[in-house]
Design a protein around this ligand. Structure first.
Ligand code: TRP
Length: 339
């Protein structure tokens, strides 16, 4: 079991990042360890170049995201935790795969279409080839499991197509170079929605701070955001079917369930009939209980740049070592002469 996943070093990680991605990293890291496998988690800082970005902010966000991951339980002694920029093999592998990826494949990527909108000509080349770098990220380590959200499934399918074509074109049939990676969408992965609109994802790009709970919000802020969260006037139903057409109620129940490890059905069996005047404070308390220790650990780490840089340096050195055999083999398969 080789777990590989990347996370964008965006500012201010929020509850959606935590429940949707980070808690699964922690679970998979322990599973991989138990099975004698390996887990690689990296900050996708090279991917950040695909959009306009502020260099100083990228540096800061990269360190803050490492602090967040560690504060949330990603353990650098179990997981190879690093940032792409310190492992040149990612960029090298991308270039090697650029020969295999097809324009037509990239043109069909919905993320490219969504982000480019009507202005394709004005986008960076990096935005277009973003999925090839993502393929390089996972193929370099012969990933078997790639934990991602639904929105990244298509990129993973592309990585499989690239791997397959490369294996077909450049390898003996009985000795394919690349393992075909599987997107791994954990059944427990929670899709957390905005607190202001239960139909759109909790996102750092939402202009309203009230739409999301940041992992660094203090308890008063958390409580205030939960109490102001949009709801409807009905009390909670006792069964899940009653949440249909009530996206805001469903979201709050989903958050409660994800935080307590209960199923939504169980949460409703305990809280059904309650109005939001009672349920919201209960949810707020569970949130504060989860976030307080994460916050304390984050603050401690954030102030210790040396420790953060040491974590990244150590992770990068392990990643470089683990990626080299596949990179070398890819150069060789392509007939490139290297010293
Ligand atoms: N594109 C992913 C996202 O936006 C991040 C990412 C980059 C990634 N490289 C990856 C995820 C490799 C999984 C595997 O969420």
């Amino acid at each position: 079991m080789r777990v590989v996943s990347g996370i964008q070093p965006t500012g201010k990680p929020h509850l959606g990042n935590y429940l949707g991605a980070i808690v699964n990293y922690v679970k998979l890291q322990d599973e991989a360890e138990a099975q004698g496998g390996e887990c690689f988690i990296f900050l996708a800082d090279l991917h950040a170049l695909s959009m306009t970005h502020d260099p100083a902010e990228l540096t800061r966000n990269t360190r803050e995201m490492v602090a967040t991951l560690v504060a949330c339980g990603v353990d650098p002694s179990k997981t190879v935790l690093f940032n792409q920029a310190q492992v040149p093999a990612h960029a090298e592998m991308q270039w090697l795969l650029n020969g295999t990826a097809r324009m037509g494949w990239l043109n069909r990527m919905t993320q490219w279409k969504d982000k480019a909108g009507k202005n394709r000509e004005g986008q960076s080349v990096a935005l277009f080839t973003y999925p090839v770098l993502q393929a390089a990220d996972v193929l370099l380590y012969q990933a078997t499991h790639v934990p991602v959200g639904e929105d990244q499934k298509q990129h993973l399918e592309l990585a499989r197509d690239i791997a397959q074509k490369f294996n077909n074109d450049f390898c003996d049939e009985d000795a394919p170079l690349f393992t075909l990676p599987e997107p791994f969408i954990p059944p427990s992965a929670a899709r957390i929605m905005s607190l202001r609109d239960g139909t759109s994802k909790m996102s750092k790009s939402d202009p309203s701070e009230m739409s999301r709970i940041s992992l660094t919000d203090d308890p008063d802020t958390v409580m205030k955001k939960v109490k102001k969260a949009k709801t409807d006037p009905e009390p909670l139903p006792s069964e899940e079917a009653g949440l249909e057409d009530r996206p805001e109620a469903r979201n709050l129940v989903g958050i409660y369930a994800a935080l307590t490890g209960k199923t939504p059905a169980k949460v409703l069996s305990e809280h059904g009939g309650q109005g939001f005047g009672a349920f919201k404070p209960a949810l707020g308390e569970v949130l504060v209980e989860t976030l307080t220790p994460i916050n304390a650990r984050f603050m401690e780490l954030k102030g210790d740049q040396e420790a953060l840089d040491a974590i990244l340096a150590r992770g990068a050195s392990r990643a470089r070592e683990r990626g080299i055999p596949t990179l070398d083999a890819a150069y060789k398969a392509l007939g490139l002469v290297r010293g």
